[in-house]
Design a protein around this ligand. Structure first.
Ligand code: ZN
Length: 727
């Protein structure tokens, strides 16, 4: 899957300096303490493993040395609690004994899948199955009629090695029959279905006929988010994928009641994949693989936390640098930090390795991963609870497209993966994390959770519905705080012309767009001026929303254009302000740029552009200050620590305690140990009885400070967790 753009965005500056291998501590191998009692699947199973086995059979050496006894023994000794064995792979060959599929030739009558299941049982490992849907080279090669047929000129997501088949074709019945056979004939506890998305926009005969039948039109070839037929087509693609995934889950559950999880990394991927967030309804828990480093994994975990039907949810990453590098292993400290994002969110962590082409494993790698497991395992008994946060980032999966590139054929798009809304979500997460403001994520699929928070951020949301706008309005009316940037809540289909559905909440009325490739915000407020100092304006690399302030709204900044419109600059006559840059006009503009508004019992701040995108410190400082201005304290927690440190807080009411987790995500290893002072909000009816550092349960000194309990943490170079116990 092409996740590079998102990975680069989120990983920016975080992973860039990674590279020095740290001396391994002679950590205790968790295998030595493998409990006789099996942890429950999936509730107590936190150390999970998958070994990529996308290996064909054209050469007799391929997978020929596969030895399930050594294989599973190696996995179990490394302290894993579950193992997910490939039933098939993207190659499309079955590793189980099948009447329906095509078996891997080099098994020579053996049953690799079944043998692994047996060995897992012997070692007390929960056995799970991996199954690749849609990506199936065998089906692609032998059933040309099943192939996904992209628009002319389109190569998106299609590489020469990957054959993809359409779930609207007879492939659908074939895959369901194979799954029925697999699940019915073997004893395993759960299954993961990979690749449940559209790798491309499909125009095959099956899709075309289905769209004609359901919508009475040919599938449109022009990508146009303002065209009703295109919008219907995109809705159909999402509906078809959801229906396929639901059919898969139903087929499996009817055969045997095991856990079902579908690939959900698509939650952060763009519109092309046609994978709506509602896919979660067909899963027992959500899980997906990500490769952008700890900051990305942390944002994904917060998103998954709110979307999963059961906890723990699962996040996956590879022990190698990425899936394209079979050899290079992440340095120990880096892998440890990535895996420590799991205890920070009480999540299950699934490590991804890849099998050697002859079917063997690198045993050294398992000694290495065993040490990572051993560092994480002692925290597991303390997992669980409810995330405590004041601020929700609103993330709208329907807005994952690039409005700057449309009204053209799909094959002509060159920047499909540029999604300003997603960039803004990522930017806000970074700002909140580094400012230590307690936050979570709500989405268009779980907006009912908004009431768990005191503030909501609407970062350049393109596709807000009237219902959603009504929920946000009620939220502010009842006392909530709201931050909005760019075109959020714009209804561009309103009969009277485009308008903000939340104009009464924002205190501004939509009036179009202003500026082109470079614009500025000029402060009209002392506090904003001081925040920007020594700058006298804030740069933004794009146009802004033009608006009129409504009566009662307070103007904090205005939009200022460059001295000369940037596109007019030319060598002939030198008509520009300065040759390299586009300095602001000498007099600040008058259009509202930042507006503060009281609405009901709450407050809103509106910004004319998504200034949260990017990594500039001054932007982060401004956004955090605007948020604090509309959201008074106390917050769920406060922490004095280096910005690389992220803190999370979980409440475990049944155990009468809070779980605090702090992780430093420094970009260079070995990390420098950093201290922290933590303040956790204690409601008036509770009294803190102890603060203990984990996992060794060492008592920490604590004291009351205003509404908080305060304690200091010794300098730490990765994870520092503690329990705050109360009566
Ligand atoms: Zn199709």
């Amino acid at each position: 899957m092409n996740r590079r753009t998102f990975n680069e965005l989120v990983g920016l500056g975080i992973m860039a300096g990674a590279g020095r291998r740290h001396e391994l501590n002679a950590g205790q191998s968790p295998a030595a303490e493998t409990p006789a009692r099996l942890p429950k699947w999936p509730d107590q199973t936190y150390r999970r493993l998958l070994i990529d086995t996308h290996v064909p059979d054209w050469d007799p050496a391929l997978l020929a040395k596969f030895d399930p006894v050594d294989y599973v023994n190696t996995i179990a000794r490394a302290g894993f609690q579950s193992f997910m064995q490939y039933a098939n792979s993207h190659v499309g060959l079955s590793l189980w004994r099948t009447q329906l599929g095509h078996m891997h030739a080099n098994m020579h009558g053996r049953d690799y899948f079944g043998e692994v299941m047996q060995e897992c049982k012997r070692h007390g490992l929960h056995a799970l199955a991996y199954y690749s849907l849609v990506y199936d080279n065998w089906a692609f090669e032998h059933h040309p009629d099943w192939r996904i047929l992209p628009d002319e000129g389109s190569t998106t997501f299609l590489g020469g090695r990957y054959g993809v088949v359409c779930p609207n074709s007879p492939y659908r019945d074939h895959s369901l029959a194979c799954l029925r056979e697999l699940v019915g004939n073997y004893d395993f506890e759960g299954i993961f279905l990979d690749m449940v998305f559209w790798p491309n926009v499909c125009y095959c005969a099956h899709c075309t006929a289905r769209f004609r039948r359901e919508e009475g039109a040919d599938p449109p070839r022009i990508v146009d988010w303002d065209d009703p037929t295109w919008r219907k087509f995109q809705a159909a693609r999402q509906r078809w994928m959801l229906e396929f995934v639901q059919a898969v889950t139903r087929t499996i559950k009817q055969t045997r009641p095991i856990t079902v999880c579908h690939q959900y990394a698509t939650a952060y991927l763009n519109w092309v994949l046609g994978a709506p967030l509602e896919l979660r309804d067909a899963m027992d828990f959500v899980g997906g693989d990500f490769y952008g480093g700890p900051a990305q994994h942390s944002l994904v975990c917060k998103t998954y936390y709110g979307l999963t039907r059961h906890r723990p949810f699962e996040f996956m990453t590879s022990r190698t640098r990425n899936l394209h590098d079979h050899v290079t292993i992440k340095p120990f400290e880096e892998l440890r930090t990535e895996s420590f994002v799991a205890p920070l969110h009480s999540a299950a962590f699934l490590m991804i390795d890849a099998i050697n082409v002859d079917g063997t494993l690198n045993h050294g790698v398992y000694d290495f991963m065993g040490k990572v497991n051993a560092q994480r395992a002692p925290y597991e008994p303390f997992y669980g609870g409810d995330l405590q946060a004041d601020v929700a980032i609103y993330y709208d999966k329907e807005s994952f497209y690039n409005p700057d590139e449309q009204k053209m054929r799909f094959g002509q798009l060159r920047a499909i993966d540029k999604c300003p809304h997603r960039d803004a979500v990522v930017g806000l997460a970074r700002i909140l994390r580094e400012a230590h403001i307690p936050f979570g994520v709500v989405t268009n699929a779980n907006l009912d959770q908004l009431t768990n928070y005191r503030a909501v951020l609407l970062p350049t949301v393109f596709e807000m519905t009237a219902d959603q706008a009504a929920q946000f309005r009620r939220f502010v009316e009842a006392g909530g705080a709201l931050y909005s940037s760019g075109p959020s809540s714009l209804d561009r289909f309103d009969k009277a012309g485009p308008r903000f559905m939340l104009e009464d909440v924002f205190g501004v009325r939509f009036a179009g767009r202003v500026g082109t490739v470079w614009t500025y915000l000029s402060p009209q407020d002392d506090a904003v001026q001081k925040l920007l100092w020594p700058q006298d304006a804030l740069s933004f690399g794009g146009p802004m929303i033009k608006a009129e302030a409504l009566p009662g709204a307070k103007l904090l900044a205005t939009v200022t254009l460059p001295f000369v419109a940037p596109e007019l600059g030319n060598a002939i006559g030198s008509r520009f302000g300065a040759i390299h840059s586009n300095p602001p006009a000498l007099t600040p503009g008058t259009d509202p740029g930042i507006v503060l508004n009281n609405f009901g019992k709450g407050r809103a701040v509106w910004v004319a552009a998504p200034i949260e995108i990017g990594t500039e410190e001054v932007n982060a400082r401004l956004v955090a200050a605007l948020l604090r201005r509309v959201l008074p304290g106390p917050y769920q927690f406060e922490v004095d620590a280096h910005p690389s440190v992220e803190m999370t807080l979980f409440h475990q009411p049944a155990k009468r305690r809070w779980l605090t987790g702090l992780l430093t995500m420094q970009q260079q290893y070995p990390a420098i140990a950093v201290p922290a002072t933590v303040r956790v909000l204690v409601p008036a009816d509770r009294k803190v009885t102890a603060v203990v550092h984990l996992p060794e349960r060492k008592s920490l000194a604590f004291k009351t400070e205003g509404p908080y309990v305060r304690f200091d943490l010794e300098p730490f170079d990765s994870l520092s967790m503690a329990l705050v116990e109360y009566s």
